[in-house]
Design a protein around this ligand. Structure first.
Ligand SMILES: Nc1ncnc2c1ncn2[C@@H]1O[C@H](COP(=O)(O)OP(=O)(O)OP(=O)(O)O)[C@@H](O)[C@H]1O
Length: 352
């Protein structure tokens, strides 16, 4: 753990159930989250994201490992002794209280003086641009407005860390996109650490300073969005984040890789035998058909306004997606055979 960490998780494991029925949900998870960082846990349903968040909030206890917040060991501390607050997917506002009463609720519980509560509630509502709705009840607000109030309520006690569990998933797509931008601005303005949980890769890439990709209770890869997108270390990460082509190939000695159809390329690798090559659809290039390149047949072309996406069939029958943003360039015709160049700096060799 370093002093600069907002949240420090060290070798945490967690199982539910007992004896032979026990299910390991988190397996040796370690993460350091920096001050004021927007950090996202990303992974498919059931991978353990919510459980990790609940351990940090104190709603569950770890079987093994240590959790510290702002340098304080809180592994065994009850929720109310932790300087964190949580925003859930379903807002969980009190229906019988007004917006301002909802936002001030925890402050009243803390017995903060009334004048201070009024000021703090005002500031918090201003942050989410909901001052003019202070006297309304939740039922008189839209979904997006309710979620803003839930954010204001979570921010009012000034937590060191805000935990957000799929907070936007109940909103329709347009509102969700708007709220993503607002959330990012709000985090910068409030200057606190956000730990965000989502299964939406685009949302994770858009919002986060760093992302941890989880699968089966483990963190597979952690890094800045661009690093995760451009240099995935695992097949699962490559496949989970955005469109990607995965091609079976064979690693030979001397940095040579044999492609489907026999063409060979030179690319640094430590592997030998069967490997998977990963390349994003926008990175491959159409070239003349010759023996040194991968060959493909154009099966379908979709016009997306800003790009063309060609669906190609490789010699082994597998599909390859090629995104062409240069709409004025030469376009391959349907059914034609083309050559594909896979630029070395855009190609990853994955062993698993
Ligand atoms: N209290 C519990 N008792 C038993 N099993 C649990 C409990 N809570 C969670 N689990 C199991 O632990 C696993 C991880 O659940 P968790 O909610 O952390 O996943 P998640 O990644 O947040 O998924 P989702 O995106 O669907 O919420 C799941 O298989 C779930 O069924």
């Amino acid at each position: 753990m370093t002093d600069s960490s907002a949240v420090s998780i060290t070798a945490v494991s967690k199982s539910f159930g007992r004896g032979s029925a026990a299910v390991r949900v988190l397996e040796d998870v370690s993460v350091e989250i920096g001050q004021r960082e927007f950090f996202t846990l990303l992974g498919p349903s059931g991978c353990g994201k919510t459980t990790l968040l609940r351990l940090i909030a104190g709603f569950e206890t770890a079987d093994q490992g240590r959790i510290a917040i702002e340098g304080q060991d809180v592994t065994q501390a009850p929720p109310f002794r932790r300087p964190v607050n949580t925003v859930f997917q379903n807002y969980a506002l009190f229906p019988h209280l007004t917006v301002e009463q909802n936002v001030g609720f925890a402050l009243v519980e803390q017995q903060m003086p009334a004048a201070q509560i009024r000021a703090r509630v005002g500031e918090s509502l201003e942050m989410v641009r909901m001052q003019s709705y202070a006297r309304r009840r939740p039922a008189e607000l839209s979904g997006g407005q309710q979620q803003r109030v839930a954010l204001a309520r979570a921010l009012a006690p000034r937590p060191k860390v805000l935990l957000l569990d799929e907070p936007l998933s109940a909103l329709d797509l347009k509102l969700r996109k708007e709220m993503q931008i607002e959330l990012k601005l709000l985090q910068a303005e409030a200057g606190i650490t956000f730990l965000f949980v989502t299964h939406d890769q685009e949302e994770a890439l858009t919002l986060s300073d760093r992302v941890a990709v989880m699968q089966g209770g483990r963190i597979l890869q952690m890094g800045a969005p661009r690093e995760i997108y451009e240099t995935p270390t695992h097949r699962f990460v490559a496949d989970f984040i955005g469109d990607i082509n995965l091609i079976e190939a064979e690693a030979l000695p001397g940095n040579t890789i044999r492609l489907i159809g026999g063409a060979q390329i030179t690319h640094p690798h430590q592997a030998h035998g069967r490997v998977t090559l990963a390349i994003r659809p926008e990175r491959a290039r159409i070239v003349a058909l010759d023996a040194s390149h991968l060959q493909a047949r154009v099966v379908h072309t979709a016009y997306l306004g800003t790009a063309l996406v060609h669906k190609l069939a490789l010699a082994d029958g597998s599909t390859f997606l090629l995104r062409q943003s240069d709409l004025d360039g030469a376009q391959p015709s349907l059914g034609s055979q083309i050559g594909l160049s896979l630029p070395a700096d855009s190609l990853r060799v994955l062993v698993q």
